[in-house]
Design a binder for this molecule. Structure first.
Ligand code: ATP
Length: 475
């Protein structure tokens, strides 16, 4: 890639110097003839600039269209069972054809534009040659130009013509590249805005104090946090929310679906920054902590755990903080076994024909929901994080899996600060504290007994309306 860019730039520069030298020699031989020969260059240059802009826009559209076509394939193939279950194969093929024909249409447009532009430049080049012949012939008949001068002039004019067309091509390729890479630049620019880990004045203070994982066992405070997703700026998800998660305890967050429970976890992990307010752990704002350090100390198990299409062993070992190559097999293996034991996963893994080497399929498709959750739990435990964020699955597991997952959770919650986005009453009852999220704020917080004592309380209503349906209070 960089070779191609360097080659393109050096071709462009060569064309520029060659045309400058050629123009100089043309003027040296006959200034009048040189003016005739170069009359079309300024309008062509303006045309090339405008055309370059057009190509830049078009190139960006081509990339977008290609991305959309690839998205369709990637998404549909990774959810092939859903596609088949709904017998949507034909429809999906049509959708992909449509996306590809969108790309094709843009490519036709691009080719047509190229054809017209280069056709015009070729035509004007030929007209120049003809006019040079004409005016050169006239000058020869008036004996102001010799045949040798005209031949040399023509040679230089061809040289200049080829060089100028090289400059135009360079400009167009450059614009095409700029258009195509716009998305990449915008992503790179976004990253520049993120506070980088290990820099800044506050960073030094923290390191001076000694940043240890013990810090992560202190209270987590969400202080007047307001947040809107950048892609949906009109929806205020968290509205001046204040929440204290007591260090070393289990806090269950509940609230209706879409009330912002998972968003709290995303902000704690700094996948997004709140528009106002701050989040701190042990009184240190998380923005002042090295990002990698922060995430290493927080273990997460999402609502629908995503596994990689590798072996169970590799999926669990993924939780190991640091590069896997550096973790010696002899050192890592017992930890993987121990983690899977704690997460009640070792039982089912040992029964599989290839045990820990069993491939789990794309996104863990070859495992059941409960098994996937226990592998994901093992992965989180391997990190031995001080803070655990568990997004409880809304989908019901069978009684046995449910029991095993619950039991594993209870084992791993000990000696950590746990935020559990709870959907089941059984989990909520066992939590030290419960926070109820409503309209972007914490409406109620306390123990189960305290919240149940609030007359007309939101939590009480949630429990009253939903204990009937499989004790799910978060959906
Ligand atoms: N990436 C995103 N971009 C834009 N809006 C989002 C995004 N993720 C979530 N939202 C919106 O933010 C709001 C809060 O979502 P969130 O996932 O935090 O809710 P939740 O309480 O965890 O819901 P559930 O219990 O159903 O999982 C919802 O209105 C949701 O549509």
């Amino acid at each position: 890639m960089s070779n191609a860019v360097t080659q393109n730039i050096s071709d462009g520069l060569r064309a520029l110097t060659q045309s400058a030298a050629g123009v100089g020699l043309m003027f040296y031989i006959s200034p009048q003839l040189a003016l005739v020969g170069l009359t079309t260059v300024p309008p062509l240059a303006v045309g090339a600039i405008l055309f370059g802009r057009y190509i830049k826009r078009l190139s960006s559209k081509v990339q977008d269209a290609l991305a959309q076509a690839t998205d369709v394939v990637e998404e549909r193939f990774s959810n092939i069972r859903t596609v088949k279950a709904f017998s949507k194969e034909e429809q999906e093929i049509q959708l992909y054809n449509q996306r590809i024909s969108d790309v094709l249409k843009l490519k036709y447009k691009e080719s047509l534009a190229y054809g017209v532009f280069f056709g015009m430049t070729g035509l004007s080049g030929n007209l120049i040659v003809l006019s040079v012949f004409y005016f050169g012939g006239v000058s020869m008949s008036q004996e102001s130009l010799t045949i040798g001068d005209l031949s040399s002039f023509l040679l230089y004019a061809f040289w200049v013509g080829i060089s100028i067309s090289g400059i135009f091509s360079f400009h167009l390729e450059l614009m095409k590249g700029v258009g195509a890479s716009q998305a990449v630049w915008s992503i790179l620019n976004e990253n520049h805005n993120e506070k980088l880990p290990f820099v800044g004045e506050n960073q030094r203070t923290i390191q001076g104090e000694g940043l240890t994982s013990a810090l992560m066992l202190r209270d987590i405070i969400f202080d007047s946090v307001s947040f809107r997703y950048p892609t949906r700026p009109d929806v205020l998800v968290l509205d001046n929310l204040t929440l204290r998660v007591p260090g070393g305890q289990v806090l269950a967050i509940c609230g209706s679906s879409g009330s912002g429970k998972s968003t709290l976890a995303q902000l704690l992990l700094r996948f997004y920054e709140p528009q106002s307010g701050k989040i701190s752990i042990g009184q240190i704002p998380i923005t002042d902590m090295p990002l990698q350090w922060l995430r290493t100390n927080i273990g997460t198990v999402p609502q629908e755990p995503v596994l990689f299409s590798s072996s169970i062993y590799e999926n669990i070992a993924y939780g190991y903080p640091g590069p896997l190559e550096s973790a010696q097999e002899t050192l890592l293996k017992p930890k993987v076994l121990e983690a899977s034991n704690t997460a009640n996963a070792s039982g089912f893994i040992e029964q599989l024909p290839e045990k820990y080497n069993t491939k789990v399929g794309e996104r863990g498709a070859m495992l059941s929901g409960g098994q996937k959750q226990r592998v994901a739990l093992s992965r989180a435990i391997l990190r031995d994080p001080s803070i655990l964020v568990l997004d409880e699955a809304t989908s019901a597991l069978d009684a046995q899996s449910e029991y095993l997952v619950q039991e594993a959770l209870e084992k791993i919650m000990v000696n950590r600060t746990v935020i559990i986005i709870a959907h089941r009453l059984s989990t909520i009852i066992k939590a030290d504290q419960i926070a109820v999220l409503d309209k972007g704020r914490i409406a109620e917080q306390g123990t189960y007994a305290q919240l149940m004592n609030i007359e007309n309380g939101i939590f009480r209503k949630l429990v009253a309306t939903q204990t009937m349906v499989d004790v799910d209070v978060g959906a």
